[in-house]
Ligand binder design. Sequence first.
Ligand SMILES: CC(C)(COP(=O)(O)OP(=O)(O)OC[C@H]1O[C@@H](n2cnc3c(N)ncnc32)[C@H](O)[C@@H]1OP(=O)(O)O)[C@@H](O)C(=O)NCCC(=O)NCCS
Length: 148
Amino acid sequence: MAEHWGAAIVTSRGKVHDVSALPSMLAVDPQSGSWLGVASYVIAGGECELVLLEAFRRFGGVGTALLASVVAEARRLSCTRLWLVTTNDNLHALRFYQRRGMCLVRVWPDATTRAREKLKPQIPLTGEHGIPIRDELELELQLGRGDA
Ligand SMILES: CC(C)(COP(=O)(O)OP(=O)(O)OC[C@H]1O[C@@H](n2cnc3c(N)ncnc32)[C@H](O)[C@@H]1OP(=O)(O)O)[C@@H](O)C(=O)NCCC(=O)NCCS
């Protein structure tokens, strides 16, 4: 994690998560044993927050498989919903999650600006497509409603 992100810290909703201390699902290449991706989550209050989802080799189904694994685990633990925040620049993530049944339920204006100021100065000012990174977008999947 230090290799990929410098520090294994993720911020969401005004909190700092030390990803190295969270339960995680790993996608592993069965031939080489190398990591293909990781999903880290927090179970609290009967809900599952997906704190981190990253595919180290993209567009090969790793992200989809990891998300499905976390959804299955959240269901196993009787969570009522799975949720996450992503930043306002992450158009690919917005597409990815909505295509997999998740709904955009809240916008937290300037939440990332505050996280950069108070919690994680390493958050860049500008993100994908040159979009200024400011807001957290909250997506959720209600569990137990027959979603895929
Ligand atoms: C979001 C992420 C986890 C998806 O993982 P992935 O393994 O690439 O995802 P999959 O291979 O399962 O699915 C990729 C989707 O992108 C599409 N895709 C394929 N090639 C693509 C390309 N060149 N550009 C954009 N999308 C492409 C695939 O068709 C698939 O879409 P669909 O099945 O909805 O039609 C990955 O992009 C990632 O690690 N992003 C950086 C970290 C991040 O933003 N995490 C989420 C924020 S919380």
